[in-house]
Ligand binder design. Structure first.
Ligand SMILES: [Zn+2]
Length: 395
């Protein structure tokens, strides 16, 4: 529904050097609700989930927006492509967001939550140039009575390396969807312009402003502001977030690790080179896990930081190899995966017709770990060397 020209025709406002406008103005919402589900409100003081969608999305049309149904009353004409930044950037943005919200019951994940759970979705993709500002969001929802709204952070393209600015934008837009307004506290998350400097929500009552020139504005939640700041037009974001979502979200769930490739027990010809691909899930995924990878009954090595979902094995000699992978999340919850690989002198048996079909499908899906960083391969090769050196020695 969005008239594309309307966004492109906006005159860029004069800003301090390096500053970017936070919000693209929204087209007027459609007069009628076309809700795909009935908003059911929020129980104050209960934690929420913020899903940062780096994977791209095609939205259909509805009002109000609905994260579970992937629909919105604007930005629904063209698909928003996946964010082009690295895994490291995504994890760093999430870490910065989690730091800013550490005092509140806000779970931040890049894995889409299950259908049974309410969640705000920030679509992290598209560029400032395409959308006319760093982001946008539906606002005015005092006390987050529509807990499944969708907001946007357009920090791809020239800004794809932003960490602080990406985190600020995603939180700023999510907070609009929770009913928070712009305030005049510079370098706080709800300031109407931003850059790549670190921000915080700012534990003060700041004046609510209407625009980037900081003219006083109407508050979405005057009664709450009166209660928390003794002023209808002053907002204390941390107190509001605490009222909405309660105290810190505590991660007590261990990650789960599933082996995608190769199969447990798979045979390779020596020397065996292959990628191990894992599906890692956690309530705070992705993040920097502490990973230990080792073979057989060798002692478990010291853990190393691990953010990828794959690692490379190179030059594995003849033998039956027991692999062990142990991951500890940032809260200290640990999980372990064990599997076996057979390596022999002979080439693997000819695949059956069924196997061949499977192999073709796999090849079309692209090489395992495409687009990943170097930390995976580096990790296991380093770890294997001492093991193999010992095994090759006299017995
Ligand atoms: Zn804003």
């Amino acid at each position: 529904m969005i008239p594309t020209l309307w966004l492109l025709a906006m005159a860029p406002p004069a800003l301090a050097e390096g500053r970017h406008v936070m919000d693209a103005p929204l087209p007027p919402p459609p007069a009628a609700l076309t809700a795909s589900s009935t908003p059911r409100g929020r129980t104050l003081g209960k934690p929420t989930t913020l899903f940062v969608n780096f994977d791209g999305v095609k939205l259909s049309d509805c009002n109000p927006s609905n994260s579970k149904a992937n629909c919105h009353w604007y930005n629904n004409e063209e698909p928003i492509p996946p964010f082009t930044g690295s895994v490291q950037t995504k994890v760093s943005v999430l870490q910065a967001m989690r730091r800013d919200t550490a005092d509140f019951g806000i779970r931040i994940t890049a894995l889409r939550p299950p259908e049974s759970e309410d969640y705000t979705m920030v679509v992290y993709g598209g560029t400032e140039a395409e959308y006319g500002a760093l982001g946008s969001a539906p606002s005015g929802d005092c006390l987050d009575q529509r807990p499944n709204e969708i907001a946007f952070a357009h920090v791809d393209g020239d800004l794809a390396d932003w960490i602080n600015g990406g985190a600020t934008t995603a939180l700023h837009e999510a907070a609009h969807s929770w009913g928070l307004d712009h305030v005049d506290g510079d370098h706080t998350v709800m300031f109407p312009t931003g850059d790549d400097q670190p921000t915080a929500f700012g534990r003060e009552c700041y004046g609510v402003v209407a625009d980037i020139h900081l003219n006083p504005g109407m508050a979405s939640c005057p009664e709450l502001n009166q209660e928390l700041c003794a002023d209808d037009h002053a907002q204390n974001a941390p107190l509001v977030l605490e009222r909405l979502f309660g105290g810190p979200y505590v991660d007590v769930r261990a990650p789960t690790i599933e082996l995608l490739e190769p199969a447990d027990g798979q045979y390779f010809q020596a020397p065996a080179d292959f990628d191990v691909r894992l599906e890692i899930r956690d309530d705070l995924h992705p993040q920097v896990y502490d990973a230990s990878l080792w073979l057989g009954d060798e002692p478990k090595p010291e853990p190393r930081p691990f953010i990828e979902d794959h690692f490379a094995v190179a030059g594995l000699p003849v033998g039956t190899w027991a692999f062990h992978v142990e991951l500890t999340d940032e809260a200290g919850n640990t999980s372990r995966l064990d599997f076996e690989i057979e390596v022999g002198e002979d080439p693997p048996p000819e695949p059956t017709q069924d196997d061949r079909g499977c192999a073709v499908a796999r090849a079309q899906a692209g090489p395992a770990g495409a687009g990943g960083g170097v930390s995976g391969p580096w990790l296991l090769v380093v770890l294997l060397l001492p093991t193999l050196a010992r095994r090759r020695g006299p017995r």
